[in-house]
Write a protein that binds this ligand. Structure first.
Ligand SMILES: C[S@@+](CC[C@H](N)C(=O)[O-])C[C@H]1O[C@@H](n2cnc3c(N)ncnc32)[C@H](O)[C@@H]1O
Length: 321
């Protein structure tokens, strides 16, 4: 199939966040009986930089474990992926993981997709210098709202969706399956990394590090909310909490009010009692069997999976059909 338009190397005027929709969504999430904030709002440029720092932390085993699994199994992954791959990197961030794949997979088109557009723009510039012959087509998109790839990307043959970092675990199980079904319907194979269930102490440390980087990352959602909604959260008055909820097999992140306070925004506001929380993120943890069932039930087939010696993490390649 031919592309409708040639790929671009720059994001140009693309935007991922609709300001009016964000204001409405943030006000309604904060007005719930138990206030929430969607985790996608962690990621302005500062949030993306904080996440980059999280990936370097001793406690955050996810990134280095996934990187090791990917590098040890690159030959098998490359063979399954074939030639002239269109690699669509969902939540590409600094593109560091794709950077390594691009050296070994026969990728013709690279499509980094992210909500954090300024940060992605910078990452793409660096990548383009390292891979001058690669067709790069960056996409600014909030894929939790609507998975709408540009027609030129949708038309590319041999699409491989790359969804690392256990980011699928930020969706509820129902949302995760629907998202996987959407990817399969878009006609792409899938290379995905998912974190496995393990003892609570190790999980909680990964989301509550000694240096307080994850705490700063969590509080950054209030900064981004102040920016988008016009609210007046005082970041210093909120404590970071990370707990493993075994019943739901998920690490939950919350922000807890240190003292009673009132938060205002244009057209609204809310009182928070001392100790009251805002639920900011869920990170679901999986089992190998559960992952294979989930991929099958979303319509994927011919699934190959690789783990590390401690069975801490799983990487799978699955075919759309
Ligand atoms: C946990 S980070 C993972 C980054 C990188 N893929 C990795 O594995 O290290 C999640 C990434 O997804 C992006 N992201 C989060 N929610 C998103 C959404 N709804 N639509 C598009 N990108 C999103 C963030 O900006 C961030 O770069």
């Amino acid at each position: 199939m031919q592309q409708a338009t040639p790929p671009r190397r720059e994001l140009g005027d693309q935007i991922a966040i609709n300001a009016a929709h964000a204001r409405h969504e943030l006000a309604s999430c904060l007005s719930r009986q138990i206030a929430t904030l969607p985790p996608k709002y962690f990621y302005d440029t500062q949030g993306s930089k904080l996440f980059e720092a999280i990936c370097e932390l001793d406690e955050y085993y996810l990134t280095r474990t996934e990187a090791r699994i990917l590098s040890q199994n690159l030959a098998a992954i490359a063979q399954r992926a074939g030639a002239d791959v269109a690699l669509i990197d969902l939540g590409a961030g600094n593109c560091a993981k794709a950077f390594k794949l691009l050296a070994r997979l026969r990728v013709r088109h690279y499509v980094p997709v992210d909500i954090s557009t300024a940060f992605l723009s910078e990452a793409v510039k660096t990548l383009a210098q390292a891979y001058p012959d690669l067709e790069i087509h960056p996409v600014a998109l909030d894929f939790s709202e609507r998975f709408a790839l540009p027609a030129a990307v949708q038309a590319l043959p041999n699409k491989l969706f790359f969804y690392p970092g256990s980011s699928l675990g930020n969706f509820s199980p129902v949302q995760a399956r629907l998202f996987l079904e959407t990817l399969r319907a878009a006609g792409g194979d899938l290379l995905i990394g998912l974190d496995l269930v393990k003892p609570a102490a190790m999980l909680e440390a990964a989301y509550d590090d000694a240096l307080g980087v994850t705490a700063a990352f969590n509080r950054n959602v209030l900064r981004q909310t102040n920016h988008l909604l016009g609210s007046d959260f005082d970041l210093a008055s909120w404590r970071h909490k990370a707990v493993f909820n075994a019943d739901h097999s998920r690490v939950e992140m919350h922000l807890q009010a240190a003292t009673a306070c009132h938060v205002s925004w244009p057209g609204g506001g809310r009182d928070f009692a001392a100790g009251e929380t805002i639920h900011t993120e869920n990170c679901y943890k999986f089992t190998c069997t559960g992952i294979e069932e989930m991929l099958h039930s979303a319509g994927f087939s011919d699934i190959a999976c690789w783990s590390d010696p401690d069975d801490a993490y799983l990487v799978c390649h699955a075919r759309a059909g």
